[in-house]
Design a protein. Structure first.
Length: 388
RNA sequence: GGUGGAGUGGCCGAGCGGUCAAUGGCAGCAGACUGUAAAUCUGCCCUCUUAUGAGUUCGUAGGUUCAAAUCCUACCUCCACCA
């Protein structure tokens, strides 16, 4: 069997469960975390360093690889696994998030109404047929359709692929959200048809739940994914303006999604978010945050205030302790806070690399702890160790 | 010794009579970031104050003027060239 999802344990008190997700490139335990390697590279770490940090699965992006180096080149190079030197399970996102982010900027910018800062929109038009982009690299125009996204993802060759959707913004009205959701459903059907047409047994597809913050829309979208031949379910779109609303939106999906399929929560990844959403039945997560904030000087630290520590802060200048004395990653077993502070202060790229290693290792440690906690029905206690 | 040029906030460097507590950049201090156009972006950055505001600043000391970082004089220091 090349693909499977086996649920091995269900938490009696919530939707939390343990599972084994099997792909042609290996089996991962769930809940698990998928690291973002958008342009065929997890920023700051080599595939070997990802392995050393105990990572199981990574993700790349259809849109970015479409622009450069192009799907045909990657196919010619033997596919994405071979191209980037990662032989484990891999996921590709469809480009749906870029339909949002290239028009609105970051999630925080959009929610806080700041608009897209410092750059022009490069999403030109969204229509029933697809989305028109202008490459930020050379101005060349691209038209991404559901069929095109699937075709590109087939050429890239990730194990787990995703239907094209429109990632709905927060600041749109209910009517737009509903129409957008319906279009994403039609895009999902087209994605599924294209996948079936090209199916070679090496890939499986996620359908995406949209519907914004509206419970009735989420229910419709969940049932739509449940009733289609998707291998798995992903929850996407606007999840609200704050954490509580995000938790509520995810929770309102739990009763309506297919109970036996893997469920992925798109774009979420803080400690508290993982603990909370695992209870709503989320099996996998992905987020740019571990590697992005590492490049900005922040270490994710178990049990720390706000879950993290800013190594650029002057208070760490003479600190001889490791970033996290309970962490056994390469960074924490070899380097001090003071040294990492120095690397950031002097602009040495090694600082970003060391913190990226630590944050990746920490997310993997978190997921192991979450799995252990579900197995022993101790989620509440373990959460208190991680989140204060 | 002579001639010319220059001395501005931690550093570099604009400003050359009022709209100057003084553009920028760097450094510094903190913050944001959740399917990555992010090694990005934001705020603070003379002193006191939450702020309005007040008080001291542009080598030093005088002077001109209603008004000086900006003009004049002397001195100090540095640079260039000539001896």
């Amino acid at each position: 069997m090349t693909f499977a999802f086996d649920i091995t344990h269900r938490d009696p008190n919530s939707y939390a469960r343990l599972g084994r997700l099997t792909t042609p490139h290996g089996t991962i335990e769930t809940p698990n975390f998928i690291f973002c390697g958008t342009k065929a590279s997890v920023k700051g770490l080599s595939p070997q360093q990802m392995r050393d940090a105990k990572s199981d699965i990574i993700l790349s992006n259809t849109y970015h690889l479409m622009l450069s180096p192009g799907p045909d080149l990657i196919a010619e190079m033997g596919g994405l696994h071979k191209f980037m030197g990662w032989d484990g399970p891999m996921f590709t996102d469809s480009g749906g998030f870029q339909i949002f982010s290239l028009g609105y900027g970051s999630v925080a910018d959009e929610i806080k109404g700041r608009g897209q800062r410092h750059r022009k929109k490069t999403i030109l038009k969204i229509s029933e047929e697809g989305a028109a982009f202008q490459s930020y690299l050379d101005g060349k125009k691209f038209f991404l359709t559901p069929e095109g996204s699937i075709d590109i993802q087939r050429k890239l060759g990730a194990d787990l692929i995703v239907q094209l959707d429109e990632c709905t913004p927060f600041h749109v009205d209910r009517d737009y959200t509903a129409k957008s959701m319906e279009m994403s459903m039609r895009w999902g059907d087209r994605s599924l048809a294209e996948w079936k047409r090209q199916d070679d047994g090496k890939q499986r597809m996620y359908g995406i739940v949209q519907g914004g913050v509206y419970e009735d829309l989420r229910k419709i979208s969940c049932e739509w994914t449940r009733d289609r031949d998707f291998f798995a379910t992903a929850i996407g779109g606007s999840l609200g303006s704050d954490k509580q609303q995000m938790y509520d939106v995810v929770a309102m999906c739990s009763p309506h999604i297919h109970p036996d399929r893997p469920v992925h929560l798109l774009g979420i990844g803080s400690f508290i978010d993982v603990f909370t959403n695992v209870r709503s039945g989320m099996d996998t997560f992905d987020c740019v945050s571990p590697t992005r904030i590492a490049r900005h000087g922040w270490a994710m630290v178990k049990g720390a205030p706000k879950e993290r520590m800013n190594l650029r802060n002057a208070q760490y200048m003479k600190d001889q302790d490791p970033v996290d004395s309970t962490c056994d990653c390469h960074t924490c077993t070899h380097h001090s806070r003071g040294y990492i502070h120095h690397l950031f202060r002097t602009g040495e790229s090694l600082g970003m690399m060391l913190l990226s290693i630590h944050n990746v290792a920490t997310m993997n440690r978190l997921m192991r702890a979450v799995r252990g906690a579900i197995a022993t029905n101790t989620l509440d206690q373990v959460q208190k160790e991680w989140v204060i």
